[in-house]
Ligand binder design. Structure first.
Ligand SMILES: Cc1cc2nc3c(=O)[nH]c(=O)nc-3n(C[C@H](O)[C@H](O)[C@H](O)COP(=O)(O)OP(=O)(O)OC[C@H]3O[C@@H](n4cnc5c(N)ncnc54)[C@H](O)[C@@H]3O)c2cc1C
Length: 301
């Protein structure tokens, strides 16, 4: 009993200043003015890190209430999502469900109801976990991120945003403003499959597939995976190899080709060997499900 109390006492967070800005500009000014300030959105990753003292910021700048960061806009050629949009909002949003059902599917499989209502798309990407559920669908869609700072903004492809586990190219003073997803209006089938210990848990392996066919020939395919490398990844060599093949040929070749492009590790959730074998099976299953959906309910993505 005593040891439990000691552990709990140790995990009480250190003190920090807390700011709730009323605009993105004010949030950027705070980040710039305070040395060692950190953005907080839903807090579902950051508060855990604070409790274990993996991070010790002097101040938290809370962006979760900024209407400038909470929106979904569907334009002619893209869907833009504000970074403070919650995962539950993604799962329910009409434009996301219509144009980005792959992302909506990942949002539905994300954590619990309570987590989905706090967790944001921006926090999921900026936390840069290899297991982040929104990352494989967004990589498959070639999403871009708009990073805002006091000196303006820059656009970074999501594929170049992750720099390693828990590392991104975000610079001091920058806030992720929005995620932009191009929409090509090409008919596609989709599938996001997540393998986890329980439905509330982080992925041991996740796979996102977007598939377009011309008759029975693969016209365009995107395969992205989570939890099998230091960052979420696209299997681009496999994609190139199977484009132009018949679907049956593609689905037979893809698992082994994808396996050459991933580098799973042993950790608390799984072993490297399990991840490698399961990734191959899940790639096959996700391709088959995307194929079926292409013909049954294909959407224009
Ligand atoms: C019980 C539980 C279950 C979970 N299940 C899942 C799951 O199934 N799938 C999954 O992918 N994740 C899961 N997570 C992890 C977490 O919920 C997600 O990663 C979530 O999306 C993080 O978003 P947040 O808004 O809470 O981020 P926060 O915790 O607020 O922030 C995370 C990081 O991002 C930075 N940040 C946040 N917003 C911005 C911004 N706009 N600009 C710059 N930096 C920013 C913060 O400084 C911090 O470093 C789970 C967590 C818990 C506790």
């Amino acid at each position: 009993m005593l040891s439990i109390n000691l552990i709990n006492t140790y995990r009480i967070p250190q003190t920090f200043e807390y700011y709730r800005p009323r605009s993105l500009r004010e949030a950027l000014e705070l980040l710039n003015a305070i040395e060692n300030a950190k953005v907080i959105a839903g807090g579902t990753d950051l508060v855990v890190d604070l409790k274990y003292r993996r991070v010790t910021p002097r101040a938290l700048v809370d962006v979760s209430g900024l209407s400038e960061l909470k929106f979904v806009k569907a334009g002619d050629s893209y869907v833009e999502i504000g970074s403070a949009t919650t995962i539950q909002e993604l799962a329910e949003n009409g434009a996301v469900r219509r144009y980005l059902p792959l992302l909506a599917e990942a949002a539905e499989l994300f954590g619990s109801w309570q987590i989905r209502n706090l967790a944001t798309i921006g926090g999921n990407l900026c936390n840069a976990s290899p297991a982040a559920d929104t990352a494989p669908p967004l990589l498959a869609h070639d999403a871009e991120l708009e990073l805002a700072s006091l000196s303006g903004s820059r656009v970074v492809p999501l594929a170049k945003f992750f720099a390693g586990p828990k590392k991104t190219v975000l610079e001091r003073g920058e806030i992720l403003r929005s995620v932009r997803v191009p929409v090509h209006r090409r008919r596609a089938g989709w599938s996001f499959i997540k393998v986890a210990r329980t439905s509330f848990d982080l992925a041991k392996v996740s796979v996102a597939v977007l598939l377009s066919l011309d008759g029975n020939t693969v016209a365009d395919v995107r395969i992205a995976l989570g939890s099998v490398a230091p960052t979420p990844v696209r299997a681009r060599t496999a994609e190139k190899h199977i484009t132009g093949a018949s679907f049956e040929e593609a689905v037979a070749l893809a698992p082994e080709l994808v396996a050459r492009e991933i580098a799973p590790i042993d950790d608390v959730r799984s072993t490297a060997r399990y991840r490698l074998e399961v990734a191959k099976t899940v790639v096959r299953d996700a391709m088959r499900r995307a194929y079926e959906r292409f013909f049954r309910v294909g959407v224009e993505v």
